[in-house]
Design a protein around this ligand. Structure first.
Ligand code: S6P
Ligand code: ZN
Length: 196
């Protein structure tokens, strides 16, 4: 019985700045620079060129609290994808499956606008736009990636089950089948297999 009591967290609150996306009292601040995530963009030459000409750039960052990774708890974090493009492809996150594939996730839009790409291992896919005040439900089994299609930081709150875990390896092998590019002045989803 004592063990169970020890496992109960004490209630707490944090402040998430809606302009910067910074979460006060975060336990972890992840920063993903272009030099480390260049491979996720389809135009490798454009990524190399940007690194050579402009130096490294912060593509996205995440602030998170350290919550026990067990069922019953909820993980939460703020995700900030900066505005920018590699060639005509918008800045985006690496994307991942959950280790426990059936674990779902909620995204609540705070600032900026973007697109959430979701793709199952069998190729089934879905795309949703996310903007301040809107909510995207990412069901289990879907890998998910966020793309900043606007001119300001794309910020959202993510909430997901405590024991979800992140699996980056599976999606890294083949990547997502679709990319989001600027075409005729607006974001367009293109199937990679249709690229020249
Ligand atoms: C976590 C949630 C988000 C992402 C964040 C960064 O389950 O989906 O907070 O971690 O958007 O993306 P990624 O793919 O590098 O974890
Ligand atoms: Zn996730």
């Amino acid at each position: 019985m004592e063990l169970e009591t020890e496992m109960i967290l004490h209630p707490f609150s944090v402040h998430l700045d809606p302009v910067s996306g910074i979460m006060d009292d975060a336990d972890n601040h992840i920063e993903r620079y272009l030099s480390k995530v260049a491979d996720i963009f389809y135009d490798k030459n454009a990524a190399d060129g940007m690194l050579k000409e402009n130096g490294d750039r912060l593509v996205y960052e995440v602030y998170e609290k350290k919550i026990p990774q067990r069922s019953g708890e909820l993980q939460f974090c703020s995700s900030i994808t900066h505005p920018g493009k590699i060639g005509d492809e918008y800045f985006m996150t690496k994307g991942h499956f959950h280790v426990r594939r059936d674990r779902a996730e909620i995204y609540f839009g705070i600032r900026g606008s973007g697109m959430i790409l979701m793709e199952k291992e069998n190729g089934e896919h879905a795309e949703e736009t996310l903007s301040p005040g809107s909510v995207v439900y990412v069901p289990g089994y879907f890998a998910h990636r966020s793309v900043n299609t606007g001119a300001e930081p794309f910020i959202f709150l993510a909430v997901y089950p405590g024991d979800s875990g992140h699996d980056y390896g599976a999606i890294e092998v083949n990547g997502f089948n679709r990319i989001v590019v600027l075409k005729n002045g607006r974001p367009e989803i293109i199937e990679k297999k249709n690229l020249g």
